[in-house]
Design a protein around this ligand. Structure first.
Ligand code: CAA
Length: 258
């Protein structure tokens, strides 16, 4: 029995699949969806048996944005005092690696949600954009920041100022997504990538993720220093011994996530 109404949760070995499930609203991200996605992901993050989380939507829509109908009547103090969208920040602090599998619309908050994930895979039907300006608002879940870091100022500025969307090919060329796959293969491919990640040493994967993320937060010198400290730290794990021993013994490693 699932405690959630707007998302579906499945476990496939060490991979967890979280599917946004508000089809009538193209997975528009209302507060209930936000709270459920964040709570479920934080739960999975606490589970040492989960090595990677895949987040996906439907074929037509990963998510068509934050819920416009829910936001329409709000005033400044409603937004400020409830700290609207603040819970999404917690998704960015999850330590287990995450994969966004995007098919169809990833607009506004949908694009921002995909960018909160670590690996972003797109189907050839994916459409990305930050069309908030057409509604008289601006991105509110980090879109103006993460899109700019992902694709650079030129494209981010054009997308945020005109509301123009990008197809999957443009998104890959711009560096927003790591790969584009045929729509029918998206979920299988995302699960395969997640399975690969989940097969690695979980603490080492967490450190790799932390280290890449640090590149967005600090200077090169500090980032390299941070990486070096973690690199030294992995030598305290059993999995480092196993990984390097397996190589010398010409066999596959069996990581024990410790
Ligand atoms: N919020 C609430 N409801 C939404 C929604 C959204 N973001 N996107 C779609 N829906 C609803 C529609 O209202 C419609 O519901 P009804 O049947 O009750 O009218 C249903 O989903 C199906 O949508 P459409 O009929 O519009 O489907 P379509 O195929 O004709 O068009 C679309 C698809 C182009 C994605 C269109 O739905 C659309 O433009 N959606 C809004 C996209 C958008 O502006 N997103 C940004 C939202 S603001 C935001 O995200 C702020 C932020 O930074 C967090």
């Amino acid at each position: 029995d699932s405690p959630y109404e707007t998302i579906l949760l499945e476990r496939k070995g060490r991979v967890a699949l979280l599917t946004l499930n508000r089809p009538k609203a193209l997975n528009a991200l209302n507060l209930q969806v936000m709270n459920e996605v964040v709570a479920a992901t934080e739960d999975l993050d606490r589970d040492p048996e989960v090595g990677c989380v895949v987040l996906t939507g439907s074929a037509k829509a990963f998510a068509a944005g934050a819920d416009i109908k829910e936001m329409c009547p709000q005033g400044y103090l409603d937004m400020y005092l409830s700290d609207w969208f603040a819970a999404w920040d917690r998704l960015g602090r999850v330590r287990t690696p995450t994969v966004a599998a995007v098919s169809g619309y990833a607009l506004g908050g949908g694009c921002e949600l995909a960018m909160l994930c670590d690996i972003l895979l797109a189907s050839d039907t994916a459409v990305f954009g930050q069309p908030e300006i057409k509604l008289g608002v601006i991105p509110g879940i980090g879109g103006s920041q993460r899109l700019t870091r992902a694709v650079g100022k030129a494209k981010a500025m054009e997308l945020c100022l005109t509301g123009r969307t990008m197809d999957a090919v443009e998104a890959e060329r711009a560096g927003l997504v790591s790969r584009v796959v045929p729509a029918g293969e998206l979920l299988g491919e995302a699960l395969a990538v997640a399975d690969t990640v989940a097969g690695m040493s979980l603490p080492v994967a967490m450190m790799a993720k932390e280290s890449v993320d640090r590149a967005f937060e600090t200077t090169l010198t500090e980032g390299v220093r941070f990486e070096r400290r973690l690199f030294h730290a992995v030598f305290a794990t059993e999995d480092q011994k196993e990984g390097m021993t397996a190589f010398t013994e010409k066999r596959e490693p069996r990581f024990r996530h410790r």
